[in-house]
Design a protein around this ligand. Structure first.
Ligand SMILES: [Zn+2]
Length: 152
C-alpha cells in the first residue's frame, strides 16, 4: 500500500463501504423480511426475496470475515471502470466470500501479495481496505479479502 501525506484517501466507489469506525462493507437489510443485499440498492428497488413485496431497506454493516466460497484469477484485463494498475496488465486473484452471518456471497479482489496459489475453498478471510490506484490528489481505496494466516 503506497500512501503519501499529500494524498487524501477516498473510497473508489461511493457508499459501498466505510472506513470508520472499522472498515466494513455497507449493504442494506429489508425492513420486512431482513433479507440482506449488497451493494446497497437504489431507491424503490424491490426486495430480492420473491415472497416479500417490500422495497424499504435500512443500512446494514456486513460481516468483515467470511470463508472463500470460490476463487479465480483475472487473466484478462477487465473493461472500464476497471483501471489497470500495472502496465503491462498483471492477473490478480478474485475471491467470492461467503458471509455466513449475512447469507451473502461478496466478490472482491484478494489483498496485495496474495495470489490464487494462496487460496482454498473454505479458507477464512478478513476484509481489508487497500489502495486500488492513486492520482495526484487521492488514494482511491477498495475493499479486498485477506487470507488469514492460521489455517488448519
Ligand atoms: Zn424483504
Amino acid at each position: 500500500m503506497s500512501q503519501t501525506a499529500s494524498r487524501t484517501p477516498i473510497p473508489a466507489v461511493d457508499g459501498w463501504f466505510e472506513l470508520e469506525p472499522e472498515p466494513a462493507l455497507i449493504g442494506a437489510r429489508c425492513v420486512e423480511c431482513s433479507t440482506v443485499v449488497f451493494p446497497p440498492p437504489s431507491e424503490s428497488t424491490p426486495c430480492p426475496n420473491p415472497r416479500c413485496a417490500s422495497d424499504r431497506f435500512e443500512s446494514h454493516r456486513l460481516a468483515t470475515t467470511g470463508t472463500i466460497w470460490s476463487y479465480t484469477d483475472a487473466q484478462y484485463q477487465p473493461p472500464p471502470p476497471y483501471i489497470p494498475t500495472t502496465d503491462p496488465y498483471e492477473p490478480f486473484a478474485l475471491a467470492a466470500v461467503d458471509l455466513a452471518d449475512d447469507g451473502l456471497i461478496v466478490l472482491g479482489q484478494v489483498a496485495e501479495g496474495f495470489g490464487v496459489d494462496d487460496l482454498a475453498v473454505g479458507m477464512q478471510v478478513t476484509l481489508v481496505i487497500e489502495t486500488l490506484y492513486s492520482d495526484d490528489q487521492h488514494d482511491h481505496l477498495m475493499w479486498r479479502w485477506r487470507p488469514e494466516g492460521d489455517q488448519s
